[in-house]
Design a protein around this ligand. Structure first.
Ligand SMILES: Cc1cc2nc3c(=O)[nH]c(=O)nc-3n(C[C@H](O)[C@H](O)[C@H](O)COP(=O)(O)O)c2cc1C
Length: 319
C-alpha cells in the first residue's frame, strides 16, 4: 500500500496514542507487522514555545521503524511555526528528527481544552481555515529537507451529531484530494464515547469521494473486523488503537503471521525488550506506567485470570 511516496509493508497502521506510543512500543508493533506508526499527538504550540517536554515526545530514534509525527494545531500560522521548528531541530540538536517520514494533523481529539482553543474537531466545519492549514503543510512538504513521504489528516465525523449529519467531512475529502496524501477517518463524532459503535458507512462515503488513500479507523480488534471494515468500506488501510494496546500481537494476526495473542515466553521476551529499549531511550515515566500495566494485563489474560475493566487508564481520547 502506498501513502504519498511511502511504500507501507502492510496496510495496518498503529494509531497516534497519547501516553502509549513511545519509540519502544512502536518498534514492538512494527516488528509484529504494523506497516506504519505514529507518535502521540504533539501540541504545535508547545513545539513553537520550545517546550522541552513537548519536544521530547518526538522520539523518532529508530530509523528502521516507519514513523510520523502527529501535530495538533489551531491555525495555519501555528503550523507554519511548528514546522519551521521541526526543520530547525532536525538540522541541529535533534538529528533523530530526520527519521520522521510523515506528518499528520489531528482533528479528532475531543478534549475540551483542545476544542476551547478552536483546535481539533472544532475545525472540522471551518473548511476555509482547513484549506489554509493544508496548504501550509503541502508547501512545507515540498521544501523541507526532512524525508517526508506523506502529509495526512485524521478527522472525526464532526464536532457533534449535527455536524456528522451535515456530513462536514465530505468537503474535507475534497481538500485532502487536492492537498494531502491521505485521510484517516475515525468514524465517530467528537461527542461520542468509544463504546458507541463506529459509523463505518461514513468511511465508505469518504472513500467513494476520495482520490487519495482513505484509512479507516474505529473498532478494529481482530483480523475478522479488519477484513470486514476493508470490505464494507473499500478503505485502503486500517488504523488501530485499542486493539493494539490490548495486544500488539494483533498486528501479527492481521498480517497472517501468527496468532493475535503471544505465548507467555513471547510476552516475556517482548516486555524485556520493551523495557531495555525504553530505558535506553529514556522514555517518559508515563510510558513505563502504561506499559507495565499493559504487559501485566496481557499476562493475566494468558494465565486465565479475569481482567476487569478495559485495561486502559482514564484518557480523554477514549470518550
Ligand atoms: C489511550 C489512547 C490515546 C489516544 N491518543 C490519540 C492521539 O494522540 N491522537 C489521535 O489522533 N488519537 C488518539 N487516540 C484515538 C485513537 O487514535 C483512535 O482514533 C480511537 O481509539 C479509535 O480507534 P480504535 O477503535 O482502534 O481504538 C487515542 C486513543 C486511546 C485509547
Amino acid at each position: 500500500m502506498k501513502l504519498g511516496s511511502l511504500e507501507l509493508a502492510s496496510p495496518f497502521i498503529l494509531s497516534p496514542l497519547e501516553s502509549v506510543s513511545d519509540a519502544a512500543f512502536r518498534r514492538l508493533c512494527w516488528s509484529l507487522g504494523a506497516g506504519f506508526t505514529w507518535t502521540e499527538m504533539i501540541r504545535a504550540r508547545g513545539l513553537v514555545r520550545n517546550n522541552k517536554s513537548t519536544i521530547d515526545l518526538i522520539d523518532s530514534f529508530d530509523a528502521d521503524v516507519p514513523t510520523g509525527v502527529q501535530l495538533m494545531v489551531a491555525n495555519e500560522k501555528e503550523l507554519e511555526e511548528a514546522l519551521a521548528k521541526l526543520d530547525a531541530l532536525a538540522a541541529t540538536t535533534h538529528p533523530h528528527f530526520k527519521n520522521l517520514r510523515a506528518v499528520d494533523l489531528n482533528f479528532g481529539c475531543p478534549s475540551p481544552e483542545v476544542i476551547k482553543v478552536g483546535a481539533g474537531p472544532a475545525l472540522l466545519k471551518r473548511h476555509h481555515k482547513l484549506k489554509a492549514i493544508f496548504q501550509v503543510l503541502r508547501a512545507w512538504k515540498q521544501r523541507t529537507a526532512l524525508p517526508i513521504g506523506a502529509v495526512t489528516a485524521k478527522v472525526r465525523l464532526g464536532l457533534n451529531r449535527a455536524e456528522m449529519d451535515q456530513k462536514v467531512i465530505l468537503p474535507i475529502v475534497d481538500l485532502a484530494n487536492e492537498l494531502l496524501d491521505g485521510l484517516t477517518v475515525h468514524a465517530r463524532h467528537a461527542r461520542e464515547e468509544s463504546t458507541t459503535p463506529a459509523h463505518w458507512e461514513a468511511i465508505a462515503e469518504a472513500k467513494q469521494r476520495a482520490t487519495v488513500p482513505v484509512i479507516g479507523n474505529g473498532d478494529v480488534v481482530s483480523a475478522d473486523s479488519a477484513r470486514k471494515l476493508m470490505q464494507e468500506t473499500g478503505c485502503d488501510a486500517v488504523m488501530i488503537a485499542r486493539g493494539a494496546i490490548r495486544s500488539p500481537w494483533l498486528f501479527r494476526e492481521l498480517t497472517g503471521r501468527g496468532p493475535g495473542q503471544p505465548t507467555l515466553a513471547e510476552l516475556e521476551a517482548a516486555e524485556a525488550e520493551w523495557t531495555r529499549r525504553a530505558t535506553e531511550l529514556q522514555s517518559k515515566p508515563k510510558y513505563f506506567e502504561w506499559h507495565r500495566e499493559g504487559f501485566r494485563r496481557i499476562r493475566a489474560r494468558l494465565s486465565g485470570q479475569a481482567v476487569s475493566g478495559t485495561g486502559l487508564p482514564a484518557n480523554e481520547h477514549m470518550r
